[in-house]
Design a protein around this ligand. Structure first.
Ligand code: FES
Length: 150
């Protein structure tokens, strides 16, 4: 066990965990930040995507002991009142179906928009390639990103 103080959504959070504990476990089980979802647990689906210093990262395969001083941002920290342009676009266009993967989709999309404020379809498809949606909402996700970029 170790004690870690992580910067999560702009606040310092201190917790006890074994260093190899996945960040996703800590976020969901210890800090009740349950927007990031457990899908595959092996870094393959993207449902658990958070930002570490702005970089989309799979929280299920990120040991808490390796987070260090990097800023962790979860979907709960993306905007103060849920009004990030992507969140607004997601609501306007009814992007989710079951919704399970969507926090991860939005976090990956948010990082893309930071890098490329008006992304092409090809850029969107490339950036979100690793975020799986079993309901197949890919076209609405793409439309949502374009709407948020307007
Ligand atoms: Fe982390 Fe699938 S739950 S990538």
């Amino acid at each position: 066990m170790g004690q870690y103080t992580l910067s999560i959504n702009g606040a310092a959070r201190t917790l006890d965990a074994a260093p190899e504990t996945p960040l996703l476990w800590v976020l969901r089980d210890q800090l009740q930040l349950v927007g990031s979802k457990f899908g595959c647990g092996i870094g393959q689906c993207g449902a658990c995507t958070v930002h570490l210093d702005g970089v989309p990262t799979r929280a299920c395969v990120t040991p808490v002991g390796e987070v260090g001083r990097r800023q962790v941002t979860t979907i709960e920290g993306l905007s103060k009142t849920g009004d990030h342009p992507l969140q607004k676009a997601w609501q306007e266009l009814d992007v989710p179906q079951c919704g399970y993967c969507q926090a991860g989709q939005i976090m990956t999309a948010a990082a893309l928009l930071k890098k490329s404020p008006k992304p092409s379809d090809a850029e969107i498809d490339a950036a979100l390639d690793g975020n799986l949606c079993r309901c197949g909402t890919y076209l609405r996700i793409r439309a949502g990103i374009h709407r948020a970029a307007e």
